[in-house]
Ligand binder design. Structure first.
Ligand code: MCN
Ligand code: CUM
Length: 795
């Protein structure tokens, strides 16, 4: 059950619009709820073979030998591929999205448990799996590096000895802000609070695991790849570069995707193996991971060990934030972030506050764990940034003896300060942070909750109220600042209007469940007055869509959404010229009334967009400069990111006997600017809050000292079910983005970014009477119990 709170003041809301934005049911759902979705694993091709991957059982070892003879002799087996065989083709290593390289199949060493060592292509999945057991690999064990804190010890074994001249496990250093200015503010401040904060390694765990079907046609020299990809165009370009196939001979199709959450941004060795398998056998080859393969070998998230410091005046003016981060990147740097931002957008760790100075220093290291780093609705690492600063601000409030909501209200960037340049160089576009937090406090009945807390504390009950407010930065580019491996982060959009006035809009972004088939139709509908049901949205096929960088970092609405609005306006401009000729007036004499052009002052004289479409395709001459048709194409290069914000309040009760945390209430007020479809936004927020609840209370990919992954199944890696999930209460404020054509900001990751801090702050608030001031996720009953006994558990 969920509750939606409408704001008391009049806001731009779209619930009532019949055409365009509004609470429209999702066009894709009839397909999904009737089992008619078409996922990668549904692709069946004649003669299709199946690929299975042999994975390393250990975290770090030298490969002495691989004997594949028994596997090759197994019935049904068509090919057994090793790293050595790939090396012969120059394919044993592939570039990652962060300018590192990653082994496709290991040649020299294995560097994490679950790493790809060899693969089998066979007539069916069972034969392929059975043959894996027959491959004999001899390993020479090496000591692993598991704790990032020891990765740079002088005696630590060097993981990446494949990199020339590499003598340690250092991955990269990064800094942002002004160190000297920040130090000076800290030195003069009345109050400095510091905290060590671990954001543990977690996993997106989408319902559908990763996989592909590679179909190489040797006659046409053409590769068709169905794959679980959040970025089909970028993937195609990379395959062209890696495999040396001409780009126009590669078609990447992302069919329906059962959740991505960033897990489907990287290129995985399995995709490359399937392509090689198809090249080798001349047959289509399918590879689908199982659950453990997904959890142990694909893009993880977080794994940041952070020390944060916050400086303030005694009366509660926050002055500066300073942070030092140790980032665990696993065995290969497989992070997918714009190359200029090796730590993603962690630079927005200054949060929603008007600060004098800020500085961050980061050291990233290699460890013997799976690669990845940017995933799980992370907004390019803003999850970590928000969590850190929101812990620090709440900790500061405790130190100052102030209410955490009031402290935030006193320190927010003020509405008239926008556009606001942060001390780390980001330019926030718009926001009314106090308005958003006040709305959350109104919905929650904040003052009454605090009064209740006093009464309960007197009775010895453990009730906590957690506050978290956040600003996100979503919608990468602009292309001058942002690229992935040299590809600028802009997006195309094509719009075609058929003679009868129905439309097809083609996107470069790709939905994994966010409802793009609905919301992009709504955007075009709002601009053109054609009903959303008359607008088909095409995405996920490089052959039928314009180039663009794909869906992640909540960039679809900020970038492609802008492109969709502008391409529709381009069509409208063209339609105006044709309409003017039809009505025998000048184009400037026409007024656009959603869906039709009317002669100003004479509403009886009008033509609809559908009539114009027919005229554009019809017989007879068209006005000067119009060739015919109403089609248009655009590439949108965003001038800036959009900066959605939110204010979250969480109420928890902790069972003093079992230390179980129960989230009693959770109020989320989000501001994503203009709201295209309120129902879809609520769905995005509910999902993100549930993600946040999972991370705060139960999710962790842990390793034992030998590097064995302890989160390799959903029995060990806990994700929340309906039982643990409370009734979410959502509200909203609307502060449009000034530079986005329709004022919309992204929202897909907001709730995952903002919610963990609210929950952890609530738990620490509940435990305050016991003297607890800090606690790391996940807040499992055992960890909370230890804290209640005055003991800290090692992360
Ligand atoms: N929307 C809207 N009004 C706005 C903003 C967004 O109606 N002002 C709608 C959009 O039109 C879109 C949805 O909300 O239908 C999400 O839009 P947006 O914020 O632009 O995010 P993306 O579409 O780019 O989706 C990516 C984002 C990311 S990065 C992760 S991770 C995540 C998320 O979306 N993965 C998801 N939400 C997910 N939801 C589902 N079901 N599955 C995933 O894998
Ligand atoms: Cu960082 S997860 Mo989303 O950007 O696909």
């Amino acid at each position: 059950m969920t509750t939606v709170h409408e704001p008391p003041v009049e806001q731009v809301d779209n619930d009532q619009h019949p055409v365009g934005y509004g609470r429209m049911l999702r066009k894709e759902d009839p397909r999904f709820i009737r089992g008619r979705g078409h996922y990668t694993d549904d692709v069946q091709l004649p003669g299709m073979l199946h690929l299975a991957i042999l994975r390393s059982p250990v975290a770090h070892a030298r490969i002495v030998s691989i004997d594949t003879s028994a596997a090759e002799a197994h019935p049904g087996v068509k090919a057994v591929i090793t790293g050595e065989a790939l090396a012969g083709q120059g394919l044993a290593w592939m570039p990652t999205l962060s300018n590192d390289v990653q082994a496709v199949l290991a040649t020299d060493k294995v560097r994490f448990q679950g790493q790809e060592v060899a693969c089998v292509v066979a007539e069916d999945r069972y034969a392929a799996r059975d043959a894996l057991e027959l491959i004999d690999v001899e390993y020479d064990m090496l000591p692993p590096v598991i704790d990032a804190r020891h990765a740079l010890d002088p005696d630590a074994p060097v993981i990446r000895d494949d990199l020339e001249g590499k003598t340690d496990n250092h991955c990269f250093d990064w800094e942002t802000g002004d160190a000297a200015a920040t130090d000076a503010v800290f030195a003069a401040a009345d109050v400095v609070v510091s905290e060590d904060v671990v954001y543990p390694r977690v996993h997106p765990a989408p319902m559908e695991t990763c996989g592909c079907v590679a179909d190489y046609d040797p006659v046409e020299g053409k590769l068709t790849l169905w794959s679980t990809s959040q970025a089909p165009h970028a993937h195609r370009t990379l395959y062209a570069i890696v495999a040396g196939l001409p780009e126009h001979k590669i078609r990447v199709i992302s069919p329906d995707i059962g959740g991505g959450f960033g897990n489907k941004v990287p290129i995985y060795p399995g995709y490359v193996c399937a392509i090689v398998g198809s090249l080798l056998t001349g047959k289509p080859v399918k590879w689908m991971e199982d659950r453990s393969e997904n959890l142990t070998s694909t893009g993880f998230a977080r794994d940041y060990i952070m020390r944060g410091e916050i400086a303030a005046s005694r009366d509660g003016k926050i002055l500066a934030v300073r942070t030092n981060v140790l980032a665990d990147h696993g065995a290969f740097n497989g992070t997918a972030a714009p190359v200029k931002f090796p730590a993603g957008f962690f630079g927005v760790f200054t949060g929603s506050y008007d600060l004098k100075a800020a500085y961050c220093k980061m050291t990233a290291v290699y460890t013997n764990k799976a690669p990845g780093g940017v995933a799980y609705a992370c907004s390019f690492r803003i999850t970590e940034a928000v969590y850190l600063v929101e812990r620090l601000v709440s900790r500061l409030a405790d130190e100052l003896g102030q209410d955490p909501a009031q402290l935030r209200l006193a320190n927010f960037i003020h509405p008239d300060q926008f556009p606001y340049a942060t001390p780390t160089g980001w330019v926030y576009d718009s926001g009314d942070y106090a308005g958003t937090l006040r709305e959350a406090m109104r919905i929650a009945g904040y003052d009454e909750l605090r009064a209740e807390q006093v009464r309960r504390r007197e009775r010895g009950e453990l009730m906590g109220i957690g506050v978290s407010t956040f600003t996100e930065a979503v919608g990468a580019g602009p292309r001058k600042d942002m690229d992935i491996l040299g590809l600028g982060m802009a997006d195309g959009c094509d719009l075609r209007i058929h003679p009868t006035g129905k439309a097809v809009v083609r996107l470069s972004v790709q939905s994994q469940g966010q409802g793009h088939e609905t919301t992009f139709a709504q955007i075009v509908s709002e601009e053109l007055g054609i009903g959303p049901d008359d607008i088909e949205v095409v995405h996920g096929d490089t052959e039928n869509t314009p180039f663009g960088l794909g869906t992640y970092g909540s960039r679809s609405t900020p970038v492609s959404g802008a492109a969709a609005a502008l391409v529709a306006r381009k069509v409208r401009d063209k339609a105006r010229i044709i309409a003017a000729a039809m009505l025998e007036v000048a184009p400037t004499d026409l007024e656009w009334v959603k869906g039709s052009f009317q002669v100003a002052g004479d509403p009886g004289k009008a033509v609809t967009i559908q009539q114009v479409a027919m005229r554009a395709h019809g017989a007879g001459d068209l006005p000067e400069g119009i060739e015919g048709s109403l089609d248009a194409q655009i590439t949108y290069n965003p001038p800036n990111l959009t900066y959605p914000n939110g204010a979250y309040l969480c109420v928890v009760d902790i069972d003093p006997g079992t230390a179980q945390v129960k989230v009693r209430r959770f109020v989320a007020v989000d501001d994503c600017g203009t709201r295209i479809n309120p129902m879809i936004i609520e769905g995005q927020v509910h999902g993100g809050l549930t993600d946040g609840l999972g991370m705060a209370l139960m999710e962790i990919i842990a390793f034992d000292p030998d590097g064995n992954c302890l989160g390799g199944s959903l029995m060990d890696y806990l994700i929340p079910t309906a039982l643990e999930t409370p009734d979410w209460e959502t509200g909203y404020t609307v502060t449009p983005s000034p530079h986005h054509p329709i004022g919309a900001k992204g929202v897909g990751e907001s709730a995952t970014v903002g919610s963990p801090a609210a929950i952890v702050n609530a738990v620490i608030d509940a435990l305050k009477p016991l003297g607890v001031t800090a606690l790391d996720m996940p807040l499992t009953p055992s960890r909370v119990w230890e804290a209640m006994q005055g003991r800290a558990t090692p992360p």
